[in-house]
Design a protein around this ligand. Sequence first.
Ligand SMILES: C[S@@+](CC[C@H](N)C(=O)[O-])C[C@H]1O[C@@H](n2cnc3c(N)ncnc32)[C@H](O)[C@@H]1O
Length: 239
Amino acid sequence: MGRGNNRRRSEALSWGVMREGKAIWTINAVPGHSVYGESLRRIQSMECRRWDPTRSKLGAGILRTRNDAARLLPVEGTTVLYLGAGHGTSISHLHDHLCGQDNELKGRLVAVDLAPRCLRELTHMAKSRPGLVPVLGDARKHAAWGVLLPRKVDWLFQDVAQAGQVDIFIGACRRFLNIGGTGLLSLKAASERWTGEGEAALFEKVERQLQSSGFDVEERIELTGYEDNHVLFHVIRTE
Ligand SMILES: C[S@@+](CC[C@H](N)C(=O)[O-])C[C@H]1O[C@@H](n2cnc3c(N)ncnc32)[C@H](O)[C@@H]1O
């Protein structure tokens, strides 16, 4: 993909992720194959998949961040933890970046979800995407699947959209995220039991909770427009 300028004013966020205005593209780790109906296109002789930000909070965060979007991505070839994998939309693009074709980069993407239907889809996806490790499990019950991560990771993403999601995130980071590591929490306001003054106050309260729990909040990224009533917290674990 290269890092040079071209006429489309594209920006390489990593070796395999490129932003072009409001579009994001990842180099397809499974050439010829579209995962969720996204378009495919050749860019500088490599087949790329269009990352739909309306179906992926990580994708929306990349387009919405005011900071360097590359900081939202893990280092390629590392091991990462993703809680709330869903049907694998974000996972597939993350895998393109982290692992590449036939896992040439030797990444490992541990993807946890409670729902058997999601797991069936992820397991099917993993057949053509080595490095993807689908786990049928509860993000709150580390004992059942934590053995898959004998060492802490430097990147952890959570999108479980259920009540108590902040405590789940804090617990998972304490158990699995290195100090200095990057945590991304997709927060769905409607999932919280909240009787206060509205969403803005809820997001403020969560930010304070994260700060008092050993995290620097790098950015609170508003996803409205792509995912209404959601924010993505970008944090660094400090203690
Ligand atoms: C909004 S979807 C995730 C979408 C996905 N992150 C994406 O961008 O493609 C939320 C997922 O979290 C899962 N989930 C909810 N509670 C969970 C828990 N406690 N542990 C693991 N997964 C959970 C649900 O089954 C659902 O698939």
